[in-house]
Design a protein around this ligand. Structure first.
Ligand code: CAA
Length: 378
């Protein structure tokens, strides 16, 4: 096992870290406060190739390995978790299903533009009645001649309203459970397809989370992704990769909170010395650093397995579970170490804590991750 990044991975990480610190970090608090989708920054990311890191060069992407892509999510999330999830959902759940399951025509049509950030992707699985129980969908797709007619609604869709393409899951064969679900590439502007309510959230403001409505939406049969009935497997296999990405996002948030806490405790004086000189504070810092290192190894290992095409559902869930619990614990301790200032918006740690919470919930709650881990063990 190698525990060092290759020169190429280090270069990508450093380049993205520099971009994130210059182009994102100074605006992160404003993005959170105003809750506006950071379109200009997303466009800049697209121009730099950051929206196509794992896409092969011949398809218009950077062609970097999966771990490099994870490093990108981590560094972007260190600056702004909202931008981290915009990137993660666009690439892991919007773009990679097309790369893996798309027809040649679909790949040619969409991948170069998605990699360049000219088209933004989203993933429409969750419904009001089907969250953790993801195969219990009620959105229906009925084939009529050369198109499908979709009816139903989706909820909590990241990049909703901002994305140009939605990988949408609907039931084509009722009674077949998970095997009766199909995936479609639904374009913004499709007749009968509209964007509904935008959620007001605890954190991750700036990342759009909306409902989607399908009312006799007419989707050409050429937009079917993979085969009929393959949809649930497409969703689950992409979530394996997506969950590692959420682990990387959590890692970025945790590192940001830890660095803020370390800096603060070194300069904040009480009882005549910096609070970092008290052993009670040192033990908290030591525990935070230990958890972050462990999370990093789990996320990087799962990414390496994914890159090598090895089974990684269990490792992805372990990485997601541990890294996101780490982000919640570390950000909560970072607020604690800032005392009263930690609870104020003058310091970024309260934002980190609010942003961390959702990482334990989306792309499968941490209870669902335990189900996946246990299933793989048994
Ligand atoms: N890869 C490929 N196929 C898989 C798979 C995987 N990782 N996991 C399951 N499958 C296949 C199974 O092999 C099975 O196929 P067969 O019938 O041919 O054997 C089929 O899918 C059904 O599998 P299960 O019986 O295990 O399915 P289940 O109904 O028990 O559900 C679950 C399993 C793990 C609970 C699943 O429903 C799940 O992951 N739920 C959580 C949903 C989720 O993560 N949602 C995230 C939404 S996206 C998001 O959050 C993005 C964002 O905004 C950030």
């Amino acid at each position: 096992m190698k525990f060092v990044l290759t020169q190429e991975q280090q270069d990508i990480r450093d380049m993205i870290s520099e971009f994130a610190q210059k182009e994102i970090a100074p605006y992160a608090a404003k993005i959170d406060e105003e809750d506006q989708f950071p379109r200009e920054i997303v466009q800049k990311m697209g121009k730099l190739g950051l929206l196509g890191i794992p896409v092969p060069e011949e398809r218009g992407g950077v062609g970097a390995d999966f771990l490099s892509y994870m490093l990108a999510i981590e560094e972007i999330s260190y600056a702004s978790a909202a931008l981290g999830v915009i990137l993660a959902v666009h690439s892991s759940l919007g773009t990679l299903p097309i790369l893996k399951f798309g027809s040649e025509e679909q790949k040619q049509r969409y991948l170069p533009k998605m990699a360049a950030g000219e088209l933004l992707g989203a993933f429409a699985l969750t419904e009001p009645g089907a969250g953790s129980d993801a195969s219990r969908l009620s959105t229906r797709a009925v084939k009529q001649g050369d198109h499908y007619v979709l009816n139903g609604s989706k909820i909590f869709i990241t990049n909703g309203g901002e994305a140009d393409l939605y990988i949408t899951f609907a039931v084509t064969d009722p009674g077949q459970g998970a095997n009766g679900i199909s995936a479609f590439i639904v374009e913004k502007g499709t007749q009968g397809f509209s964007v509904g309510k935008k959620e007001k959230k605890l954190g991750l403001n700036g990342s759009a989370t909306t409902t989607l409505i399908f009312e006799d939406a007419v989707v050409p049969a050429t937009q079917l992704l993979g085969q009929e009935g393959e949809g649930f497997k497409i969703a689950m296999s992409n979530l394996d990769g997506g969950r590692i990405g959420i682990g990387a996002q959590a890692l970025g948030i945790a590192r940001a909170a830890f660095d803020a806490a370390l800096a603060y405790t070194k300069q904040r004086e009480q009882f005549g010395k910096p609070v970092a000189e008290f052993q009670g504070v040192q033990f908290m810092l030591a525990d935070m650093a230990t958890r972050i290192e462990a999370a990093k190894l789990l996320v990087y290992r799962a990414a390496t397995l994914r890159e090598q095409g090895l089974p990684c559902a269990k490792e992805a869930s372990i990485a997601k579970l541990f890294a996101t619990d780490t982000a919640m614990a570390v950000t909560t301790d970072a607020v604690q170490l800032h005392g009263g200032y930690g609870y104020s918006k003058e310091y970024p740690v309260e934002r980190y804590m609010r942003d961390a919470k959702v990482t334990q919930i989306y792309e499968g709650t941490n209870q669902i991750q335990r189900i996946v881990i246990a299933k793989n063990l048994l």
